[in-house]
Design a protein around this ligand. Structure first.
Ligand SMILES: C[S@@+](CC[C@H](N)C(=O)[O-])C[C@H]1O[C@@H](n2cnc3c(N)ncnc32)[C@H](O)[C@@H]1O
Length: 350
């Protein structure tokens, strides 16, 4: 096997894991020749930029979905999200993630030795955080190269060995099907032209009995954001201080701008309900395990077991949870997260 030592060489994680990569055009395995990554079947080849394999493949133009992908890609190349603060370090990233219950619980509960993929990792905070553990491999993928450079720059500065970043279009995965113990995609699918198709595309990457975690904007909870968007537009953004993130003294200007554009100036977003996402899970061979905010009765605690099956409630209780998101102000853009487990019998799909 070629030793990956040139400046262009992909990050160490890819050297250890080239066997899980796949050609985004035809799905065949790939090899690295010291300069580029090559498909072993269809003769396509892919450059490596500053250690980041560029495995992005555009949509099939016949599907006419390319437009949204290209528009959203251009938007994030201008506004990488969520970006970093000036003083961010391994220590501060751990502190921030520790305050966010979801990332901390996830880090604690991912099984030893897991192979993890974050789809739409943006500037890579979650991938880098999860990659700080030994005995785990965490890939972050996104179509935006600007975000990936920031993500990989942070990874290199903090010497995070078990994280790695690649450019990829989630509709054309650059990984083999059914290889990941966990696939997580938070705040991404609602920025595509076909969120269900996007879900099905990345669900194929999960092993039988593996876990999927999807975070989407909530249809009801996000009405608060819709209202603020209207106010900001009407005031030529003079009222932007009404958003708590814009008053956060710990954010630098880049992070404030990233937040404001992501929430209020985005060229494409859709909104979804718990019942809809649950239906995606169940009709694609995934068992419901848990959600944030919870849809089963009882408070979400520091001890919550993310990968243990919880009660999925009824249409009414799920709707009540969404109303609660609205009444509590639709914090953090009103994202809701659902966790599911793939059936053991699921066949690896091509
Ligand atoms: C709102 S950001 C979320 C970033 C990160 N997951 C987080 O929670 O901070 C959405 C990200 O999804 C990525 N994205 C959107 N459509 C994509 C696609 N078709 N393929 C890959 N990435 C995509 C964007 O480039 C962007 O970085």
């Amino acid at each position: 096997m070629t030793t990956l030592t040139t400046q262009a060489a992909p990050q160490a994680l890819f050297e250890r894991s080239i066997d899980v990569l796949a050609c985004p055009y035809c799905g065949a395995g790939v090899r690295y020749d010291g300069e580029k990554i090559h498909c072993q079947d269809c003769e396509k080849s892919f450059p490596v930029d500053s250690g980041i394999p560029q495995l992005f493949a555009p949509h099939d133009p016949a599907q006419q979905k390319g437009d949204v992908t290209e528009i959203v890609k251009a938007f994030y190349e201008e506004n990488p999200f969520p970006n970093y603060d000036d003083i961010d370090s391994e220590q501060t990233l751990m502190e921030k993630a520790g305050k966010g219950v979801f990332a901390r619980l996830l880090d604690e509960q991912i099984p030893q030795g897991a192979l993890v993929l974050e789809v739409g990792c943006g500037t890579g905070q979650l991938t880098n955080f999860l990659g700080m553990r030994y005995n785990r491999r965490v890939f972050g993928s996104d179509m935006c190269l600007h975000s990936l450079r920031l993500a990989n720059g942070f990874r290199q500065r903090c010497k995070i060995k078990n994280a790695g970043f690649a450019q990829m279009n989630l509709f054309r995965p650059a990984f083999k099907p059914a290889v990941f113990d966990l696939v997580v995609s938070n705040g991404v699918l609602h920025h595509t032209a076909d969120p269900l198709g996007a879900f099905q595309s990345i669900a194929r990457l999960v092993k039988p009995n593996g876990i999927i975690i999807i975070g989407l904007y909530n249809k009801i909870g996000r009405l608060t954001t819709d209202f603020k968007r209207f106010l900001f537009r009407a005031s030529a953004d003079k009222l932007s201080f009404l958003d708590a993130h814009m008053r956060n003294k710990n954010y630098n200007q880049d992070r404030k701008r990233a937040w404001f554009f992501d929430q209020y100036k985005h060229p494409h977003e859709s909104k979804h309900t718990y019942s809809e996402l649950l239906n995606w899970y169940e009709s694609n061979g995934f068992e419901y395990l848990s959600s944030i905010p919870k849809i089963d009765p009882g408070p979400f605690t520091d001890e919550e077991k993310l990968f243990v099956p919880h009660d999925k409630g009824t249409k009414l209780t799920r709707w009540l949870t969404e109303m609660e998101m609205l009444l509590t102000g639709g914090a953090d853009g009103a994202l809701f997260i659902m966790i599911g487990r793939k059936s053991r019998k699921a066949e690896p799909t091509a």
